[in-house]
Design a protein around this ligand. Structure first.
Ligand SMILES: Nc1ncnc2c1ncn2[C@@H]1O[C@H](COP(=O)(O)OP(=O)(O)OP(=O)(O)O)[C@@H](O)[C@H]1O
Ligand SMILES: [Mg+2]
Length: 294
């Protein structure tokens, strides 16, 4: 994988070859932890996909419902600088899919390679390179946003200097300065969500997984988060983004995958989907694709 890291310290910018870091063992030990001031990863040399799933499947056993195939053989890929939108109705399997990518659930069968590591074989390495924003992320009410984010920074092995720098960057990007030193217990839904995003991404992971990040947010806050996700893409991050908001996938996603009953029914860029399904509007495409399978 011929990929370079750009390491920014003030004005100094150095470029490292990942292959060399790997052979010295530094990369394997976790580049984010060792180099907390990594600014971005330059993927101009185009490495292979950062997310690569093959026939990924998750079944649950439920006493009343029997076996539930929440994810039934999904194969998808996402590359650096790409936003992959997973679009599906309630119960489609989005959260289950994302939880497997984030190593929180073990697949029943199939494989998932995330940031070059197998989610089952090397879950710690996957976690070091992934930030997962779950649909409901709890915050400790007694802590301020800064304390909360810092706490997760320490859990991720960052030192105080790196935490301070990262909080500054994230608070700038997410427009959090006004409430950064206030306790989480009195936060609005939007403030909570911004704090959750910041704590999820404190270690500046290469892969960002967002499960319905704008759910329940007002228009302005939702826009701020969409803008933030776009900036992550511009910095070469791989983003996988689940939603059932059509306008968001239209505006944001490079690739859209429609998921229904645990299966990927169609996948492509918005223009590819428009052409394939003969509809302009994403909602019409979605309904057409889902109804054809029902
Ligand atoms: N732990 C579990 N045990 C049993 N069934 C589960 C479990 N988790 C999810 N399921 C089932 O798997 C299916 C997919 O659920 P999932 O939460 O992945 O859907 P989703 O697309 O995220 O839906 P939503 O939009 O409502 O968040 C559903 O039928 C759900 O009831
Ligand atoms: Mg869900």
């Amino acid at each position: 994988m011929a990929t370079d890291l750009i390491w920014k310290s003030g004005k100094l910018e150095k470029t490292y070859n990942l292959n060399r870091l790997r052979t010295t063992g530094i990369f394997r030990a976790g580049p984010i932890l060792r180099f907390p001031d990594i600014h971005s990863i330059n993927y101009d040399n185009k490495p292979s996909s950062m997310i690569d799933t093959r026939e990924l499947t998750k079944s649950f056993r439920d006493k009343k419902r029997g076996e539930i195939r929440a994810v039934a053989g999904i194969s998808l890929r996402a590359s650096p600088g790409q936003i992959y939108g997973l679009l599906g109705a309630n119960g489609a399997g989005k959260t289950t899919m994302l939880r497997m990518l984030a190593t929180l659930l073990k697949p029943t069968s199939g494989t998932a390679i995330v940031a070059g590591y197998d989610v089952v074989q090397e879950p710690e390495k996957v976690r070091a390179n992934v930030g997962f924003l779950a649909a409901s992320t709890a915050l400790y009410g007694r802590l301020t946003a800064r304390e909360m984010i810092g706490y997760f920074g320490r859990l991720n092995g960052l030192d105080d200097g790196a935490i301070k720098t990262r909080i500054q960057v994230l608070a700038d990007q997410l427009e959090m300065h006004e409430f950064l030193d206030r306790r989480c217990e009195k936060f609005s839904t939007g403030m909570k969500q911004k704090t959750s995003i910041a704590r999820t991404l404190i270690h500046d992971p290469a892969v960002m997984i967002f499960d319905e990040p704008t759910l329940g947010l007002d228009v302005m806050t939702a826009r701020a988060i969409v803008k933030f996700v776009r900036e992550c893409k511009a910095r070469g991050k791989t983003v996988i983004y689940s939603t059932h908001v059509m306008s968001e996938v239209e505006k944001l996603c490079d690739t859209i995958g429609v998921i229904h009953d645990g299966r990927l029914l169609t996948e492509g860029s918005l223009s590819e989907l428009r052409e394939r399904h003969g509809e302009q509007d994403m909602e019409e495409i979605f309904v057409k694709v889902v109804e054809a399978k029902s």
